[in-house]
Design a protein around this ligand. Structure first.
Ligand SMILES: NC(=O)c1ccc[n+]([C@@H]2O[C@H](COP(=O)([O-])OP(=O)(O)OC[C@H]3O[C@@H](n4cnc5c(N)ncnc54)[C@H](O)[C@@H]3O)[C@@H](O)[C@H]2O)c1
Ligand SMILES: CC(C)[C@H](C(=O)O)[C@@H](O)C(=O)O
Ligand SMILES: [Mg+2]
Length: 372
């Protein structure tokens, strides 16, 4: 039996009811714009069914914008994200567009850092059970949430590498007490809304920063005696995710580990086309699929829109909880059910899932299944 989909704790300060949600939309690069249209259509239909309105305004950012205009993330876009009730971001980056140091244009990381979006919520759920590549039938029950710290860890050294001539380059890993405490409380609160199990994933056997991370986890764990905890080293966790993924409920980890393990999680359920995410901080949140711009299939109209549509559902769920507006939460659940039904019938199976549906046909199939 399925457990409930990803959830997060109710905002401590409720917000007043308001019929319109204002979202900033950042379609980005590659397949980004191709999956944005379908997600907006689904949002709009859900709004009609559940009695609210969506005001969506697009803003530029990404590698294409950098190539054409010399800036990756205009200040006007940052301001719009800060003002919006929430942001939907498709994907950004093009492997051939790079800064002088040969790294890519990654404004999504800038946005996480600018707004302190420490909680990278990445639900992994068997939306289409027969897409799970594991032989064990329990693979059908995969339903966990990976919380990826998204503002520090190994990413903190970005742009601040220390080069020793042409001999070596050092990146820095930083773990702060303030962010870790917030991250762990967020993860424990999330676990409390689910099956009350939290797995810490670290490398505390080797790295001092990770031993510190674990020490803070242990301190916060004492505040949540009702939540069962487990501590795994990241290498062992990678194996456990393949051997017993159904046993995880919530896992929390460092930025880089979370980036890697969330793609492993996506692989367990049929691929990145089924992996939504949300980057959550205080009042600002950005929802985006975990996948990238898929340059190998861009422009062909075959991208799987499910991850983007499910990210829009996560956004509604988050907004619904913050505003204590059940309409938004019911709309979120209805979208998830519609995606599941459209995948199950085969009508939304795009090529990555072994089907033949185009992006547009998959989106239409979800719309057809969307009911109040
Ligand atoms: N969140 C983001 O904005 C984000 C995430 C990852 C990668 N990127 C960027 O995207 C570019 C490509 O990176 P990559 O190739 O490593 O990862 P990717 O996620 O773009 O693609 C990996 C594989 O998954 C497939 N795939 C991904 N999303 C899919 C979808 N919705 N439907 C069908 N198939 C899908 C691709 O076709 C490809 O074979 C790079 O510039 C990278 O930096 C951006
Ligand atoms: C594209 C890249 C900058 C990004 C990250 O590393 O965070 C992506 O892989 C993700 O998972 O959101
Ligand atoms: Mg990634």
């Amino acid at each position: 039996m399925k457990t409930r989909p990803a959830e997060w704790p109710k905002a401590r300060e409720g917000r007043s009811l308001n019929d319109t949600i204002s979202i900033a939309v950042l379609p980005g690069d590659g397949i980004g714009p191709e999956v944005t249209g379908p997600a907006l259509k689904v949002l709009d239909r859900a709004a009609g069914i559940f009695g609210f309105r969506v005001s969506a305004v697009e803003h530029p950012a990404g590698a294409g914008h950098y190539r054409d205009h010399g800036e990756a993330l205009p200040q006007s876009t940052v301001d719009a994200v800060g003002r919006a009730d929430a942001t939907l971001l498709a994907a950004m980056g093009l492997p051939e567009v790079r800064y002088a140091d040969n790294t890519e244009i990654v404004p999504q990381i800038d946005l996480r850092e600018i707004f302190g979006l420490f909680g990278g919520v990445r639900p992994i759920r068997a939306w289409l059970p027969d897409a799970v590549p594991l032989k064990d039938p329990r693979g059908r029950d995969i339903d966990f949430v990976l919380v990826r710290e998204s503002t520090e860890g190994l990413f903190v050294g970005r742009g601040k590498e220390q080069a020793d001539g042409d001999r070596a380059v050092r990146d820095i890993m930083e773990v702060t007490r303030t962010t870790s405490e917030k991250l762990f409380r967020f993860s424990f609160d999330l676990a409390r809304t689910r099956r009350k199990q939290l797995t810490l994933v670290d490398k505390a056997n080797v790295l001092g920063s990770m031993a510190f991370f674990r020490r803070i986890f242990d301190e916060i764990a004492a505040e949540y005696p009702d939540v069962t905890t487990e501590r795994l080293y990241v290498d062992a966790c990678a194996m456990a995710m393949v051997q017993r993924p159904w046993a995880f409920d919530v896992m929390v980890t460092e930025n880089m580990f979370g980036d890697i393990l969330s793609d492993l999680g996506a692989g367990l359920i049929g691929g990145l086309g089924l992996a939504p995410s949300g980057d959550i901080g205080g009042d600002v949140a950005i929802f985006q699929p975990s996948h990238g711009t898929a340059p190998d299939i861009m422009g062909q109209g075959i991208a799987n829109p499910a991850a983007m549509i499910l990210s829009a559902a996560l956004m509604l769920d988050w907004l619904g909880r913050r505003r204590e507006d059940e309409r938004l939460q019911r709309a979120a659940s209805a979208i998830e059910r519609a995606v599941e039904a459209a995948l199950g019938s085969g009508a939304a199976r795009t090529r990555d899932l072994g089907g033949k549906a185009t992006t547009a046909a998959a989106a239409d199939a979800v719309l057809a299944e969307l009911k109040g």
